[in-house]
Structure formats: structure tokens, C-alpha cells
Design a protein around this ligand. Structure first.
Ligand SMILES: Cc1cc2nc3c(=O)[nH]c(=O)nc-3n(C[C@H](O)[C@H](O)[C@H](O)COP(=O)(O)OP(=O)(O)OC[C@H]3O[C@@H](n4cnc5c(N)ncnc54)[C@H](O)[C@@H]3O)c2cc1C
Length: 456
């Protein structure tokens, strides 16, 4: 039986980071990837959606160009050409990288197969069983599909099909108003589809600060997307191409007709068929149990990335992959520290946050003050006609450290990094207030919030 030091199950952001790090340390590594290296982020997540969002925002900019005195003649935004742009971008980013993404060059074994546990130290890939001193589970997640009567029969898509759609639906119902639902909603709407987003919580982006989430919701509605909050789907029927959803709203039942349904109601850990029970782990389909060292209750097995069920972002998966590598094979074990974790939703205007919300601070009885600044008060947003937005800082009243930041507005995903650096280094809010910021620039809104006594 072949023996390795580490067997990595899953070739996404987490698994690849661990595999590369440990192989470069000189250990013998094997990786199994059931589909393609790169995982959800490259094939059906971050990369394709951001390419499509960029295409959609260029199209929007062109439509608004007359505001700046630009009259471009007859305009036409073509969804299938935007899809072709996305495809070209993916080819460009993949380059001529081999299927194993260079793992064999690092001396690692690569299996393009689904892996499963035979025991805590034995992994089955196809007809082979590999003996491993340590195992990393980095299998990511699958879309969570709600149990709605008639859904399966009516047919639906998830992000995995949506990134490759060959046609633009005329009317699309998006079930789930989190980041994935909103991003796809804006893409489809900007290319001409009628979009309705159905969210069971009282507002979209329910994990975000409520001020920012509400402002984002109002902005999306102003753009022409219909949002139904505090609403659930009772049942679905289909007649020809028409899908009929019966919605339960606070006001009673409503019918919504569409030609496509996108499900974006969260994710479930991809542990089906992994046979984790044979390794001594709970096989209940829930997120894997693990400690701050990313070690599961079975000492030889670690977990990293989305499968752990925390905040699901590529930068977190990759960070966890690095921590797991160090804790399994490095000389300086470390805790996975996700205190400063930027979270972005790439709609227009963007939403970005880091740290805790005002409500979380209140629930934890932390003495805080909330400092705000509005995009409309600064020159750069006015110059650019991008005045919609807010920066909200949650600042400790004890030592002035920033505990959280919540931004809606142009370039939010970029300017959040300034606050993240400050928080990571436990600098007080004055570190931002006392730093000269270029004029005119979007980060001046963060400076204004740091100087502000405004309560939003
Ligand atoms: C629509 C969408 C948009 C997103 N946009 C962003 C974004 O803009 N920014 C961001 O930071 N994050 C984004 N994310 C989240 C990001 O994609 C994930 O956080 C990231 O992919 C997690 O990496 P991972 O390695 O944990 O899991 P994955 O990327 O899911 O990789 C897991 C891999 O394991 C493989 N696998 C599963 N089971 C087995 C098995 N038994 N044997 C072998 N292989 C197996 C799978 O095929 C997969 O390739 C987005 C997600 C979605 C769905």
C-alpha cells in the first residue's frame, strides 16, 4: 500500500494551499479532487461571478453615460457575449496550468477522483487505498436545496448552472437574499431580466449590519429589482415553461410566475460519500467538529475551508489551509484567528464589512460608540456621481479600538482593507484619523468616519 505523510481531500482554495505548503516543506503529499482543481471559487463562485458583475457594471455605466455628456449612439448589452467574456477571463486566469495545478512538479501525487475514508489513516481513491499519516478534509460545500413542494419537479438552477447559462431568463425568481442571490440578481437584472428576490428574514444580507443591509436593499429596489422579505415559498408548480410560486408573505398568499428559479439559500458541508464515520468522525451531514488548531476529534484528521461551516470565503479557506499545514507539519503551531475577516458582497454599490456589528456589540454588552460618515459628504463620490453610501465604525469606548466596520458604497471591498489593517494590529481609531488621506479619494470616507462624532 502506498504511504504518504499527508492526504488532502479536495483541491479547492483550502486543500491546494495546504498541499502546496506541505509539499514545499519536503513531505510526501497526495491530493484527491473529484472535479477540477480550483474548487467552487474558480469554477462556479468568485471568478465567474465577478467577471459577470464587471460586465454588468460596464453595461450600466454605458447606460448612465449621458449624465457625463457622453452619447454613445444605439446601445446593446448582450448577455451571451458577457458569458463569453467570463469564459475568456477564466481561460486567461487558468493559463496553461495542468490539471493537477502543478502538484506533481512539487512531488505530490494527484488523483482526479472522489476520495473516501476506509479508516482514519486510509483513503480510498478508485481501486487504490493510500495510507496517510495525516489527512486534511477540504471538500467545501454544496448548495443547500430547500424542501419546497414541487421544486424538484419544476426544475431550478444553483450558482453552478447559473454561471454557464446560455440564455437570459425573462423572469427569474431568486430564493435567498444573501450575497450569492444578490450578485446573480444584479447580473440578470442589468442584462434585462425581471428579477424577484425572496428572502425569509426581515431584510436581505441578514448576516450584515442592519443599517448597511437596509441601505443596500433600498438601493437594489431603486434599481428595479423586486425584493420580498419575510416571505417564504409554500409550493411550486410548472406548466410548460412557466413556473408558478405560491409565496407566503406577511400580508397573505401571493403568486409569482417566472421562467427560471435560482436557489441561493446557503450551503451544506460536502461530506456526502466521504464515509467520515469510518474515520471515527460524526457522520450526521453537519459541519465537521474541529478546534482552533483545525484538528478534528480524531487527532490525525484536520479540516479547513468551507467544509468547517464558518464564514465561507476564499481568503478564509486559503488562510485556514495555511494554518492546518503549519499545525500538522510545522514547528510553530498556531490558532486559526478569524477576528479580522473581511466579508464582501460585490453588488453595486458594494457591501463590505469586518469584525462585529452594532447588534453583536450590544448583545455582548460591549461599551461601544458608533461613528459614521456618508459618501455624499465627500468630494470624490460627488465628482464621480457615486454618492450612495455610508461607512459605519463600531469603536470600543474603553480603548478606542475598532471592533467592526460596515461599508456600503463604491470601492467598499477595497477600502475595507484600511480598517482591517488597523484592527489586525489593534491600533486605535485615531490611527486612521491622524493619517493623511489623498484628496480626493474614496478612503477619505473612512477617515471622515474615524474623525466623526456622528451616530448613524
Ligand atoms: C456564487 C459564489 C460566489 C462566491 N464569491 C466569492 C467571492 O467573491 N470571494 C470569496 O472570497 N469567496 C466567494 N465565494 C466562496 C468561495 O467560493 C469559497 O469560500 C471557496 O471556494 C472555499 O474553498 P474550499 O477549498 O473550502 O472549498 P471548494 O472551493 O468548494 O473546494 C472543495 C473541493 O473539494 C472537492 N471534493 C469534494 N468532495 C470530494 C471528495 N470526496 N473527493 C475529492 N474531492 C472532493 C470539490 O470538487 C471541490 O473542488 C463564492 C461562492 C459562491 C458559491
Amino acid at each position: 500500500m502506498e504511504e504518504v505523510d499527508l492526504f488532502v481531500i479536495g483541491g479547492g482554495s483550502a486543500g491546494m494551499k495546504t498541499a502546496r505548503t506541505v509539499a514545499k516543506m519536503g513531505y510526501k503529499v497526495a491530493v484527491a479532487e473529484a472535479k477540477e482543481t480550483g474548487g467552487e471559487c474558480f469554477w462556479a463562485g468568485c471568478i465567474p461571478t465577478k467577471a459577470l458583475l464587471r460586465a454588468a457594471s460596464v453595461w450600466q455605466m454605458v447606460r448612465e453615460a449621458s449624465e457625463f455628456g457622453i452619447h454613445a449612439g444605439e446601445l446593446h448589452g448582450d448577455f451571451s457575449e458577457a458569458m463569453a467574456y467570463k469564459k475568456r477571463i477564466m481561460q486567461k486566469l487558468a493559463g496553461d496550468s495542468p490539471k493537477d495545478a502543478g502538484l506533481s512538479k512539487l512531488g505530490a501525487l494527484y488523483f482526479n477522483e472522489k476520495a473516501s475514508f476506509e479508516s482514519a489513516n486510509e483513503i480510498r481513491v478508485g481501486s487504490q487505498v493510500i495510507q496517510a499519516k495525516k489527512v486534511l478534509i477540504a471538500t467545501g460545500t454544496d448548495p443547500s436545496i430547500p424542501t419546497i413542494p414541487g421544486l424538484i419537479e419544476a426544475g431550478f438552477i444553483t450558482n453552478r448552472e447559473a454561471v454557464d447559462l446560455e440564455y437570459l431568463p425573462k423572469q427569474i425568481a431568486i430564493i435567498g437574499g444573501g450575497p450569492i442571490g444578490l450578485e446573480f440578481g444584479q447580473i440578470f437584472h442589468r442584462f434585462g431580466a425581471a428579477v424577484t428576490i425572496i428572502e425569509s428574514a426581515s431584510h436581505v444580507l441578514p448576516r450584515e449590519d442592519s443599517t448597511v443591509a437596509m441601505l443596500a436593499q433600498e438601493s437594489i429596489i431603486r434599481q428595479g429589482i423586486s425584493i420580498k422579505t419575510a416571505t417564504s415559498v409554500k409550493s411550486i408548480t410548472r406548466s410548460g415553461n412557466c413556473k408558478s410560486l405560491i409565496l407566503q408573505t406577511a400580508m397573505g398568499e401571493e403568486r409569482l410566475e417566472c421562467d427560471e428559479i435560482l436557489i441561493s439559500t446557503g450551503r451544506v458541508p460536502a461530506t456526502k460519500g466521504l464515509n467520515v464515520g469510518a474515520a471515527g468522525l460524526d457522520d450526521d451531514g453537519k459541519a465537521l467538529k474541529f478546534d482552533l488548531m483545525l484538528q478534528t476529534p480524531v487527532p490525525a484528521i484536520y479540516a479547513a475551508g468551507d467544509v468547517t461551516g464558518g464564514y465561507q470565503f476564499t481568503h478564509v479557506a486559503s488562510y485556514m489551509g495555511g494554518v492546518a499545514a503549519m499545525n500538522m507539519f510545522g514547528s510553530n503551531p498556531r490558532l486559526a484567528d478569524t477576528r479580522v475577516l473581511p466579508r464582501c458582497t460585490y453588488i453595486d454599490p458594494e457591501v463590505a464589512s469586518v469584525g462585529i456589528t452594532e447588534l453583536e456589540a450590544k448583545a455582548a454588552n460591549l461599551p461601544v460608540r458608533v461613528q459614521c460618515a456618508h459618501y455624499s459628504d465627500l468630494d470624490k463620490p460627488v465628482l464621480y456621481n457615486r454618492t450612495e453610501g455610508i461607512v459605519k465604525l463600531i469603536v470600543s469606548a474603553v480603548d478606542d479600538q475598532i471592533l467592526g466596520a460596515h461599508i456600503l458604497g463604491d470601492s467598499a471591498s477595497s477600502i475595507i482593507s484600511e480598517v482591517a489593517v488597523c484592527m489586525q494590529n489593534r491600533l486605535p481609531v485615531q490611527a486612521i484619523a491622524n493619517t493623511m488621506h489623498a484628496f480626493p479619494s474614496f478612503p477619505e470616507v473612512v477617515e471622515a468616519a474615524a474623525l466623526s462624532k456622528d451616530i448613524c
